[in-house]
Design a protein around this ligand. Sequence first.
Ligand code: A2P
Length: 282
Amino acid sequence: MNSSEFIFSLYNGVKMPAPGFGTWRASKGLQAENAVSDALESGYRHIDTAAAYQNEESIGKSIKQSEIPREEIFVTSKLWTTNRGYSKALSAFDETLNRLGLDYLDLYLIHWPANHVTNENWDEINLDTWKALEKLYTDGKVRAIGVSNFMTKHLNSLLKSSIIPMVNQIEYHPGFMQQDVVNLCKENNILVEAWSPLGAGRVLDNPDIKIIADKYGKSAAQICIRWCLQNGVCPLPKSVNKSRIVQNIDVFDFEISGPDMEYINNLSTFGESGHNPDTIVL
Ligand code: A2P
């Protein structure tokens, strides 16, 4: 197997390199700048950020400094909850582009759905916000659009839209597969991305994962990342440590066997963040 096998294709034909580089909790300024520079130098060509991470300017700076042609880097950002609704979402997108110093995005996501706790008319709000993303897409300002943290009930109503999401980015790691959401996405050709593919580090000390890691002579993190890829899910591991950044993309010289994939897939629930998109108030 080689890295070219992990270019995912979205249903509109847009290519997404994997793994992507996660930047949640990479603080703006030198920490985010150095992490993204290290990631690009190590071979990542997919950077995932969000307005809420407050590091878009730093990331834009590192992308520019890398001198890698813009079209070779897949850049994602996300719309924060305070900017839900058609007009606010359109303005928030422009602000994100300005902060990144880019003239288009590869992927723009609604970061969290409005839910029944935040809004009585949550469904209407999500649909109104989604219309803004459709407009950005048809205007050519973004190459693909999608959602994040949408559970089946949130996703189901968007499936009636003229353009359905190309991506759903959810929490996904060994011990927390959210199979109902993943199945609905797969049925509709929506690519699933994994935030916290290492369970924000909580999965790495799990004895079952450690045994499998030892068997392949790999780290627990590499097992989690490779497992996502083999399940057809794009992992977005985050690190601000150069040697871990390098390690997390060094996953193309081995393959997890069918029985070991099954074993990990069948682990009981552990390591989840506890953030339930249907009740969280953000
Ligand atoms: P750090 O940034 O100091 O490397 P996730 O992507 O699941 O959210 O996990 C991110 C967390 O896991 C961060 O705390 C990160 O710390 C840590 N981490 C990332 N890569 C590795 C690795 N290869 N080994 C151990 N810890 C890692």
